[in-house]
Design a protein around this ligand. Structure first.
Ligand SMILES: NC(=O)C1=CN([C@@H]2O[C@H](COP(=O)(O)OP(=O)(O)OC[C@H]3O[C@@H](n4cnc5c(N)ncnc54)[C@H](OP(=O)(O)O)[C@@H]3O)[C@@H](O)[C@H]2O)C=CC1
Ligand SMILES: CC(=O)N[C@@H](CCC(=O)OP(=O)(O)O)C(=O)O
Length: 356
């Protein structure tokens, strides 16, 4: 068993890690931390964890500490900046790290500082950190000490658009309309996530620019470049919306077909085939032949993608669904850890979602 720390366990992602790691045959949680609730036990904070006692390797009476014990692996579930500081200390001790924050996702420190509005706490680590999307970087993740798991909106949109950019079938001008459940905002209460405000409500946010935009651009440009079609930039409109669900992301992406694809009279059937061929063998990405529902992914690490052509405009439309806390965060983090440790990516993650 690989000893594993969760930093900070009082987060939604920390709690979701406990749920998923309870089913993992090789990762044993031996250290959990929190700033506000240090000294309490897991079960003091989350009474529902009593249910884990008999059947799993997670001890619900484990005491939450301020500082992590020495472990082989750590999942960092802290807000950006605080995460980078924790990551530096963990790497110094020889711990392998999967960071769920945004601190090491962007390769360009100037872009990070522009979007996150503070000086990067550890820019020297950006070069060795690997963007944690196994569908693109599994070979590099396998040798990494630090993996930066991408955000929930970004994962859902990037998976939707990777084949289109890698195969050069769209113009570099894309609209991503993304709907998210409220758990994406974390456990801390704010006015916008208050039940009376968010229930039976739907609202766009970050209209002037959301910080997942540079992640999406970075990865689509890299996919185009690796596919042999160097682009200097992508004109991206990314607009997130808060919808009254607890979990789930639905990203609907729109793009104009590139002249080459129009000349070849790309059909919807050929488009689906192109996507299926791109994701062939992927355990968690499923190209489906009807519009997906967020409920299909609820509680699971699966992503469902439906690419189609709008017959009236010829425009490409791609719909993509994930669970923001699983493929959009914790499940992806475990998939990355499995890859770092040389195990099958789906170890402990094979389950389907909760339906209906
Ligand atoms: N929620 C989601 O769907 C996703 C989240 N992420 C990322 O994962 C990370 C965790 O997110 P999430 O679980 O939503 O977070 P939460 O808001 O639920 O929890 C944040 C945690 O960080 C601690 N904390 C808050 N501020 C500080 C600070 N300044 N210094 C140290 N600890 C602090 C809190 O601990 P305490 O109780 O001790 O105050 C709490 O445990 C974030 O970086 C987030 O961006 C990534 C993808 C999706
Ligand atoms: C509903 C909501 O607020 N969602 C968050 C996304 C959470 C996420 O993926 O965050 P990181 O990139 O910080 O890891 C947001 O839009 O900022």
């Amino acid at each position: 068993m690989i000893s594993t720390a969760i930093i900070n366990v009082t987060s939604y992602t920390g709690l979701e890690l406990l749920r998923l790691l309870a089913q993992h045959p090789q990762l044993k949680v031996t250290s959990v931390t929190a700033r506000s609730l240090a000294g309490k036990t897991l079960v003091d904070v989350f009474p529902q964890l009593q249910a884990l006692a008999a059947t799993t390797a997670i001890d619900p009476t484990m005491v939450i500490a301020e500082e992590p014990a020495q472990t082989d692996l750590a999942f960092v579930c802290l807000p950006h900046a605080a995460a980078a500081e924790a990551v530096v200390r963990l790497l110094e001790r020889g711990t392998k790290v999967v960071d769920l924050s945004a601190d090491f996702r962007l390769h360009d420190v100037a872009v990070y500082e522009e979007w996150y509005k503070h000086t990067h706490p550890a820019p020297a680590l950006l070069e060795s950190a690997v963007f944690g999307l196994c569908e693109r970087y599994r070979e590099r993740i396998a040798g990494a000490s630090l993996v930066a798991s991408p955000g929930c909106h970004s994962t859902t949109a990037i998976l939707a658009l990777l084949p289109a950019f890698a195969r050069d079938i769209v113009e570099p001008d894309v609209i991503v309309d993304s709907k998210t459940g409220i758990s994406g905002a974390g456990r801390g209460l704010t006015l916008g996530t208050h039940f009376a405000e968010a229930n039976e409500d739907m609202s766009p946010y970050s209209v002037g620019g959301h910080r997942h935009m540079p992640e999406i651009k970075q990865e689509l440009l890299a996919a185009a470049r690796d596919g042999g079609h160097a682009l200097s930039d992508i004109r991206l409109t990314f607009l997130p919306h808060l919808v009254p669900m607890t979990r789930g992301i639905l990203a609907t992406c729109y793009a104009t077909l590139a002249p080459g694809a129009v000349e070849k009279s790309l059909s919807s059937e050929a488009l689906v085939e192109l996507y299926r061929e791109y994701y062939a063998g992927e355990p968690f990405v499923h190209v489906v032949d009807q519009p997906p529902h967020t409920k299909w992914a609820y509680g699971s690490n699966h992503c469902f993608i439906y690419p189609t052509l709008d017959a009236r405009t010829g425009r490409l439309i791609v719909m993509s669904c994930t669970d923001n806390l699983v493929k959009g965060a914790v499940g992806q983090a475990i998939q990355n850890a499995n890859c770092m440790l040389g195990w099958p990516e789906s170890l402990g993650l094979a389950g389907a979602g909760v339906n209906p």
